[in-house]
Design a binder for this molecule. Structure first.
Ligand SMILES: [Zn+2]
Length: 118
């Protein structure tokens, strides 16, 4: 058996050890979508996934958190489906629960909505 490093990797070659390494970008405010970017600045894929949410009575509700197919396929091919899916799900959970500063997101959603309304 060849030695396989059991870590998530971007197709660009960058190993992603845990959820804290993704870059989070909240540009699509009106779409309530946070982009998950590869930590490698020169990555050809850049966008690895997204988190979609909505705001209900001042509460954040996660609608969908997902990685894009090229990134998922790459890791499934390397690690096998079970291992890759377990790791990727863990990353998504950690991103949503630990990495995203939701109070900051809520603030910036509010600002965007007020801006659009005036
Ligand atoms: Zn990359």
């Amino acid at each position: 058996m060849p030695e396989v490093e059991e870590k998530i990797q971007c197709p660009c070659g960058r190993t992603i050890n845990d959820a804290s390494e993704y870059k989070l970008l909240f540009l699509k405010k009106e779409m309530y979508e946070i982009d998950l970017l590869c930590p490698n600045d020169t990555c050809f894929l850049r966008e690895l996934g997204f988190v979609k949410f909505r705001v209900e009575d001042d509460n954040i509700k996660i609608e969908k958190a997902s990685f894009y197919p090229p990134f998922v396929t790459w890791n499934v091919a390397r690690l096998g489906k079970e291992k890759a899916m377990t790791l990727l799900k863990q990353h998504l959970r950690d991103i949503v629960n630990k990495q995203i500063d939701w109070s900051k997101i809520k603030e910036s959603v509010k600002t965007a909505e007020e801006g659009a309304g005036s």
